[in-house]
Design a protein around this ligand. Structure first.
Ligand SMILES: [Zn+2]
Length: 440
């Protein structure tokens, strides 16, 4: 289960280094990688190396962290468009009931291919059959933080008790270099008190993260309030669930009190603006207030059934425009802050701020090479490069992607797998799933 060995050392010469370090330096220089880790960033490197890469025509950018997705749903892109969440979920749950481990793996491979080609090197996933997703992670060479979906036993199509299935999954993958297993309660609409607390307990005992959906729609908030007398965030606090090492996706419908509570309990937030907009959640997540209160916020695409893309470039762009427009204030969520959400803040959400999310000595060598001669990168001036990444860069500008110092994409092709095969398998698996959808 180990990753292929890195060349002992690689030097990328003369690249425009978008470091995302504490000072957010953008410098022209050399980047040295040894045994999968970054050794030096910036100064001219006169030592030899096993491999040298001329990076003078490229910006080197930390790999993106997609902080919320359901990657195996890539076969369901376009299956439930133009419906709000309740109708969308009705179709999705019906199709989900027919999924097999084999089609989850085919879907995960396709989704991971899309993410790697878009410069994403880490992703946080929530689904079931996560062993199949883990095998796809291993095959394609991305970094997967994989949450086994947990819900009340009487509501699941999983065999056995979901929390026990999650525990077994954690056990199977706990020592893998690229797979980080975790537990993922789906949301208050399918998880009762017992399920939330068992999930939290399992995570605490295993040193794992908890990932879940929270306060996505007004309907979720109102129905939970009717059932329990409390809004979801307040209720989760009262049952003793909220705490660190947890990542809540969406967090659109929050009161000021709930924002303060989430920040005080060190709950990380995965902001998913495209999915919220397309499903007409109606509100806009209070990203500015959450950050001001001290919460860590990352960016997620959610699945391609609701986005319909896994592009983090697109997600940065949308996140910026929505916050600015909604507040009549062009100065909120700057290009630099958007790139922070997609890189270093995403890494902090995963509890990996010390070794992912920026180009700094000692960190893992996860990064992308963006072509500076691509039309969407012009003018390729150092002072404009962060702006281009947040607002204009196209995926086609991404030439190569490295994880753990190894190329996983080179000249826009996957290095570890063959897209023709992934596509053929994906189309075949989609056939059965699409024919199982309820007719309108
Ligand atoms: Zn989701």
């Amino acid at each position: 289960m180990s990753a292929p060995a890195s060349p002992r050392s690689t030097v990328f010469r003369g690249g425009l280094l978008v470091t995302q370090d504490g000072l957010r330096r953008v410098v022209r220089g050399d980047l040295r990688v040894e045994a999968g880790r970054i050794v030096s960033v910036g100064p001219r490197d006169t030592k030899g190396a096993d491999e040298e890469v001329d990076a003078s025509g490229y910006a080197i950018v930390p790999g993106f962290v997609n902080a919320h997705t359901h990657v195996a749903m890539s076969l369901l892109r376009g299956i439930a468009d133009d419906r709000e969440l309740a109708g969308f979920l009705e179709t999705l749950f019906a199709v989900d009931a027919h999924r097999t481990e084999a089609d989850v793996e085919a879907g995960a491979r396709a989704g991971i291919a899309e993410m790697l080609l878009g410069g994403t090197t880490s992703f946080l996933d929530l689904y079931y059959f996560e062993d199949a997703v883990a095998r796809a992670v291993e095959a394609l060479g991305i970094r997967g933080f994989l949450g086994w979906a947990v819900l009340d036993p009487e509501l699941t199509t999983q065999k056995g008790i979901p929390v026990d299935n999650a525990a077994a999954f954690l056990d199977r993958w706990k020592r893998h270099p690229l797979v980080t297993p975790l537990v993922a309660p789906q949301g208050v609409y399918v998880c009762g008190r017992e399920t939330w607390l068992r999930a939290k307990d399992l995570a605490a005992r295993s040193g794992a993260l908890v990932h879940y959906h929270l306060a996505e729609t007004r309907r979720e908030v109102h129905e939970h309030q009717e059932k329990t007398g409390r809004r979801p965030v307040v209720w989760l606090e009262e049952i003793g669930f909220l705490g660190p090492a947890s990542v809540a996706a969406h967090a659109v419908w929050l009161t000021g009190e709930e924002i303060a509570l989430l920040a005080r309990r060190s709950v990380g937030i995965a902001h998913c603006p495209s999915s919220n907009l397309k499903l007409a959640s109606g509100g806009v997540a209070p990203v500015v207030e959450l950050r001001a209160a001290g919460a860590t916020v990352g960016l997620g695409t959610d699945s391609v059934a609701s986005n319909n893309s896994l592009s983090m470039l697109r997600e940065m762009h949308v996140a910026g425009l929505v916050q600015k427009n909604q507040r009549w204030d062009a100065s909120v969520l700057t290009a630099q802050e958007l790139l922070d959400l997609a890189t270093r803040d995403g890494a902090r959400l995963l509890g990996r701020g010390a070794d992912l999310g920026s180009l700094e000595p000692g960190k893992r060598a996860d990064f992308s090479l963006f072509r500076l001669d691509h039309p969407t990168m012009l003018p390729a001036r150092p002072e404009a490069i962060v702006s281009h990444l947040a607002y204009s860069a196209a995926e086609e500008a991404i030439d190569s992607v490295y994880v753990e110092g190894l190329p996983v994409v080179q000249h826009r092709a996957l290095t570890r797998a063959d897209w023709t095969t992934i596509r053929r398998d994906g189309e075949a698996a989609a056939e059965a799933l699409w024919s199982s959808r309820p007719k309108a």
